[in-house]
Design a protein around this ligand. Structure first.
Ligand SMILES: C[S@@+](CC[C@H](N)C(=O)[O-])C[C@H]1O[C@@H](n2cnc3c(N)ncnc32)[C@H](O)[C@@H]1O
Length: 114
């Protein structure tokens, strides 16, 4: 009888599979885009205030560059880009990136999503 293989902790990297799972990513995006939901991100009114707070704290001006790691569908990045701040958003979720890119293209925002 062979001993069952027991994987070592942290021996596999499941991040892309988890965030790109069709079911999970669809519900994540729906929650991100629900203005009242705080499940995937924060409510949109809270994000509005956070974006203003970030701009004020960092004294960001039009033309500045900001990197948003784990940007999701660009809720923060697009708010900053609407102020002329040049945004680069990075995320592992293809569905979220597609949404962020669509918003940026539709509004002509200075934002790139990778
Ligand atoms: C809870 S969401 C928050 C998104 C955004 N920061 C917000 O508050 O609206 C977390 C995001 O992190 C991304 N993420 C998680 N691990 C990541 C990794 N290792 N590299 C890139 N993105 C990652 C997910 O795809 C997801 O879009």
């Amino acid at each position: 009888m062979t001993t069952p293989h027991r994987p070592k902790p942290f021996c596999t990297f499941t991040t892309p599979a988890m965030w790109n799972d069709p079911h999970i990513s669809a519900h994540m995006l729906a929650n991100h885009l629900d203005p009242d939901s705080s499940l995937a991100s924060r409510s949109h009114s809270f994000i509005d205030q956070s974006a203003e707070w970030i701009i004020s704290l960092l004294r960001l001006c039009s033309g500045d560059h900001v990197l948003d790691l784990g940007c999701g569908p660009g809720l923060y990045a697009c708010r900053l880009a609407r102020k002329g701040i040049s945004m680069t958003g990075i995320d592992v979720s293809a569905r979220s990136l597609d949404h962020a890119r669509a918003v940026a293209v539709r509004e002509g925002l200075p934002a790139t999503f990778v």
